[in-house]
Design a protein. Sequence first.
Length: 378
Amino acid sequence: MNYRTFTINGQGHDRPGPVTYGPERVLIIAELGTSHGGSAAKARELVDAAAEAGADCVKFQIVYADEILHPNTGEVDLPGGRVGLYHVFKKLEVPLGFYGDLKEYVESRGLLFLASPFGIRSARELRSLKPRLLKIASPELNYTGLLEELASYGLPALLSTGVSRLADIEAALEIFPPERACLLHCVTAYPAPERDYGLRVLGNLGGIFGVPVGVSDHSLDPELVPSLAVTMGAAVIEKHFCLSRMDPGLDDPIALPPVDFARMVRGVRRVSALGAEAALEALRRERGPDTVEAVLGDGVKRLAPSERANYERTNRSIHAIRDIQAGDTLAPGDFAVLRTEKILRPGLHPCWETKLAGRKTARFIPAGEGIVFEDLIR
């Protein structure tokens, strides 16, 4: 298998030069997300614990609720129960200085700082922090305007490919240069069944698009998916991290606490040391050939059963910000590219965002609903 590597210009204060990752040296990311709950002390505690557990990189999310959801989205089912996600995100908004201080602290620990933006404002704020690497989350893979903005920064990026089809990935890589991209195979379910991963897809994604690959893993097993992913050529492994699964963070119920994250790191490093073939044989003996074969799958990129219902709902589309009356002329502030979730109607693909201003509406569009072609006078 022709494995491709992924290079980042520096990592932490003690490693300023380029660092190249591949199956023999995997970049391991602890996804801290918003588990800090807005507390700088909790964020530092998470960083310290991730460093001790063996992470190379810690990742955060720069959240502004209005960039992600409409207030009328309603409640969303998450691992910790049903929540009004828009209002939770509002409570997680923090000043940019919060992340500036965190980046300095992360790098003082010799780790790489990484964050996901969710819209143009958070992207530009992230750029002001001078990151070495970007992350585009799965729901934003089809967000044309955000991809164009991030592509203009000239930085390498990890692009998660959960709840997407091959055509979605191809369209994203027509905007974000493939030579600066690494695709992270992902299943957008919380938790995701290990057997939904079909990890042979990694070699096919790398071959089709000519890019390095990795996995953003939402399964509960600390080792199975990450270790097998490295045998299939993964250069990057990302896994949610928490201090305890009893903590109140949005993703804490499916995240790995420090002991389990350290176990994952050891498993990944063992595969790198053994090499793909020897490691695969060892995993077949330890986990059973049927389990290993089920997780490896047939290599076809398809929507996994556990995420199929999320397609066109977790992804972005164009939604009305306000009640729009029949006969109104649309202005830029009347609509936004948002996640739909379960209650609202999905709208037009984000590529239409720049083409709607000046169009007249044919019928009433309630605030929050997706804008579709039938809403417009042609």
